[in-house]
Design a protein around this ligand. Structure first.
Ligand SMILES: [Zn+2]
Length: 484
């Protein structure tokens, strides 16, 4: 078997960066890679940059972009702290690696697959511990920023959507349009990851790219390689209270900006609904941290042992590289004896499901109720959630007493339970009405993968039976077992 292509990453955190330390890290990575059966195909090095400060790590960003492009399957470093020392960077790493389907493996902290709960848990714990150390160093700087806030001066940069002119913030309309579209689509139930993917496909520069472009323009240097949108950055962006004209200090809303000094891009109602939606614990963490991005991963089962099917990333060699390309595949995570190239499986299962959905009686597949009443109930729940969130904030700010909060919460929760019952009595929340009948194909194509998966899961169980390696795809060995 060909060795798995891997990236070697080295970073020195102190200013007294000695060249041999970098060389040393790459050498350690080489031997770790050899021991694990990886082959280093690319090296990335960042020098003398603190992980807590938001200083640039150009090679790290470049590595994440290459990971998304499928240049390698594993990132190797001496320890996890080299890859990310604070929680934000860890989230960025997690999201980028999970989207790209790559894992990281460090000599000190071992193997982490961001697609699994335990992988995410352990590495997040390590990042949190690193953060405690770095926090102490940051405290002094924060005290200085507090003084400026007390004087009523803006303490933060105006951020994406605005530019500062003198002491005022002015809306950058091209960016405001992007923010409004993202907010509307989140409220319509689109996933953050789906929106990020769409923005990338449309070539809309991410906030980070926009920032680097401005900088390059100012300093008359070369334009940067674009840094793609990600679910996590999109979430941080649209939750910013300043977009709704709200002033914050140390993460808490303390009042409104003078609209002349800082106009709003989103109205306050939209902001409240976004907050309620994105902080709802029942929603899979807004980053899409654990949301599968493939049609059947974790959904299909192994026909040999009944284990869950995982998705293995593919790999495309770059010009000049000798290794053969590897196609993405589904494989049993338990017995490891069942494996199939992903693409024909996805195509076949989609086709079978669509043919079933197009049949005239397909509506009965989903237990039908009164769809109009269900939609009304969903709207009511949305309003209740927004109210619950507002009440909690008011309690935190001392506007409501604990007793008042409890009374409000109890009443709202009782209403919510009643509405939930109405919804659950009708079609499953993720199944749009038009996905059954003649428009099924068209509706399906526009659905987010999460919804497509939910529909497949409601209708059938997909079983992948063993097949000898090297044989052409055999649809008879993909069983679709209808539920009900
Ligand atoms: Zn199996």
């Amino acid at each position: 078997m060909d060795p798995i292509p891997a990236a070697s990453y080295a970073r020195i955190s102190e200013k007294v960066a000695a060249r041999d330390k970098v060389a040393d890290q790459h050498a350690q990575n080489e031997s770790h890679a050899a021991a694990r059966g990886y082959r280093i195909v690319a090296r990335y090095t960042d020098d003398g940059i603190s992980a807590l400060g938001h200083k640039e790590r150009p090679d790290f960003e470049r590595m994440l972009a290459d990971a998304e492009a499928g240049a390698f399957a594993v990132i190797v470093a001496t320890e996890e702290e080299r890859l990310a020392r604070n929680v934000e960077e860890k989230l960025e790493l997690h999201t980028a690696c999970e989207v790209a389907g790559v894992v990281w493996d460090t000599a000190r902290d071992g193997y982490v697959d961001p697609a699994t709960d335990s992988g995410e848990f352990m590495s997040t714990v390590r990042a949190a511990m690193g953060r405690i150390e770095s926090k102490r160093k940051a405290r002094r700087q924060r005290d200085a920023s507090d003084e400026r806030a007390a004087d009523g001066l803006p303490t933060a940069r105006p951020g994406y959507g605005y530019r500062r002119e003198g002491s005022r913030d002015v809306i950058v309309e091209a960016e405001a349009v992007v923010i409004r579209e993202a907010a509307r689509r989140v409220l319509d139930g689109n996933s953050l990851r789906g929106i990020a993917t769409d923005f990338n496909a449309r070539g809309i520069p991410s906030p980070r790219t926009a920032e680097l472009v401005h900088k390059a323009h100012r300093e008359k240097t070369e334009y940067p390689t674009p840094i793609p949108w990600q679910g996590i950055t999109l979430r941080q962006l649209i939750r910013r209270p300043s977009l709704a004209g709200l002033r914050t200090h140390r993460g808490k809303v303390v009042g409104n900006f003078d609209p002349k000094a800082h106009p709003a891009i989103l109205n306050e109602d939209v902001h409240t609904r976004l907050e309620a939606l994105l902080t709802d614990p029942s929603r899979a963490q807004g980053t899409g941290g654990r949301t599968p991005v493939h049609l059947l991963s974790g959904l299909a089962v192994c026909g040999r042992c009944g284990g869950r099917i995982k998705r293995l990333p593919g790999w495309t060699p770059k010009p000049g590289q000798k290794s053969k390309p590897v196609k993405a595949a589904y494989a049993c995570g338990d017995c490891h004896k069942v494996r199939r190239i992903q693409e024909p499986v996805d195509q076949f299962v989609t086709e079978v499901i669509l043919r079933r959905l197009e049949q005239p009686d397909a509506g009965q597949l989903f237990s039908q109720g009164d769809e109009g009443a269900a939609q009304e109930a969903r709207n009511a729940i949305e309003v209740i959630d927004a109210r619950l969130a507002t009440a909690a904030d008011q309690f935190a700010e001392g506007v409501l007493t604990g007793d008042q909060l409890r009374r409000i919460t109890e009443r709202l929760r009782a209403d919510r339970t009643a509405h939930e019952r109405t919804v659950s009595e009708s079609m499953p929340a993720r199944v749009p009405v038009n996905v059954v009948g003649p428009q099924a194909r068209q509706t399906w194509a526009a659905l987010h993968i999460d919804s497509q998966r939910a529909i497949i899961d409601t209708l059938a169980e997909v079983v992948i039976d063993p097949q000898g390696s090297g044989k052409p795809f055999d649809p008879d060995l993909i069983r679709i077992v209808w539920r009900a």
